[in-house]
Design a protein around this ligand. Structure first.
Ligand SMILES: [Mg+2]
Length: 358
């Protein structure tokens, strides 16, 4: 099947006049929705996050552009970081945020779209109609003066399990110098980049695996760049988070919505694929190499296994194929796109602003 759908193609720039004109036209008949990844998309990639976390800071320019667009569009930030972390970095309270690869979603309650749900034993009015089996609840943000947000956490019941595992890991691995543990709420990370001897890696892995095995398949251990991660063993990812948000907004029909997801790595491909398979919009891949890679162009269902990964030294994983239909070179190109998108909003499309870049 894949031989039929893979094709060598230059992935066009999302900043081309053709795409921006298309978006200008489409939003007269459909609701335009924007999903944005954070690291590598809105900010340059920080390769060694624990050493130089300060680099993954959103520029004021980008913040202003997102804030400006959020007055016209529904926007959600979809990140691998915890929701609290990415929300504090973006620092625009009234966006939707899907943190922990979509395991933790929340957003503002709109008083003009009432829905009664039960939370904490009492019925409360919240935003948009959602399907019966979706457990949207309310969450209070103490850092914002007790403001309430609608929230969806698909694996909330796993959090105590991960907390217990984190305690065990701390006891077992805390004494190994250079071994850094992170509790990301919906996943746990063990960074071993700073350990004194590589010979310890197999011992560390053995301890992690043994603690994970006690949960009998409820969690899985993955191995990244000098990091082991313990993740919840559920079929849930950024594509599912996008699906959940579109359901929440009642925008699940291709007639109603055109969604854009801008992202830069393998985990974002789930989002690109979801939009492509369901004809709900397009993915935009952020990568300097994007123009040289084969594109998976299909309206039929495709498998994630069809996406092959190649690695580059001292770089994040890049994809040799992609489900994205458009591309941007880097975070500054993304910023240009956000500004261009702002210029084509009907409310801002006056004569002084109606030029776009090639
Ligand atoms: Mg990213």
């Amino acid at each position: 099947m894949i031989q039929n759908v893979l094709k060598k193609a230059v992935i066009p720039s999302a900043n081309s006049n053709a795409f921006l004109s298309f978006l200008g036209n489409i939003q007269t008949i459909k609701t335009l929705v924007l999903f944005l990844d954070y690291d590598g998309t809105l900010t340059p990639i920080v390769v060694f996050a624990t050493e130089r976390p300060d680099q993954a800071i959103l520029s004021n320019d980008a913040r202003q552009a997102i804030k400006c667009l959020s007055e016209d569009l529904k926007i959600a930030i979809v990140s691998g970081r915890t929701k609290k972390d990415v929300k504090s970095r973006v620092d625009i309270p009234d966006l939707f945020y899907a943190g922990s690869h979509g395991f933790d979603i929340s957003g503002p309650i709109k008083s003009d779209e009432p829905l009664t749900i039960t939370s904490g034993g009492t019925e409360q009015k919240v935003s948009k109609a959602v399907k019966e089996n979706i457990e949207w609840t309310l969450e209070t943000d103490t850092s914002l003066g007790g403001k309430q947000y609608i929230t969806f956490q698909v694996a909330n019941n796993f959090v105590p399990i991960l907390n217990q595992m984190f305690e065990k890991l701390s006891q077992e691995l805390g004494k190994i110098k250079g071994c850094i543990l992170e509790n990301n709420i919906f996943s746990l990370s063990v960074h071993y980049r700073l350990i004194e001897s590589e010979l310890m890696v197999s011992k560390i892995e053995e301890i992690i695996q043994s603690i994970a095995n006690e949960q009998k398949g409820m969690v899985k251990v993955t191995h990244g760049k000098k990091v082991f991660e313990i993740r919840i063993n559920l079929d849930w990812h950024k594509g599912k988070a996008i699906m959940k948000l579109l359901e929440y907004w009642n925008l699940t029909s291709p007639d109603k919505v055109f969604a854009i997801f801008v992202g830069d790595d393998k985990t974002d491909e789930d989002g690109f694929k979801y939009l492509l398979d369901n004809s709900l919009g397009v993915g935009i891949l952020v990568s300097p190499q994007s123009e040289e890679r084969p594109q998976i162009g299909t309206t039929e269902n495709t498998n994630m296994q069809d996406v092959q990964i190649i690695s580059q030294p001292n770089s994040t994983e890049i994809l040799s194929t992609t489900f994205a239909k458009y591309s941007l070179k880097d975070p500054s190109d993304v910023l240009s796109f956000l500004k261009n998108l702002s210029k084509i909003q009907p409310t801002r499309n006056d004569s002084s602003q109606n030029t776009v870049n090639h």
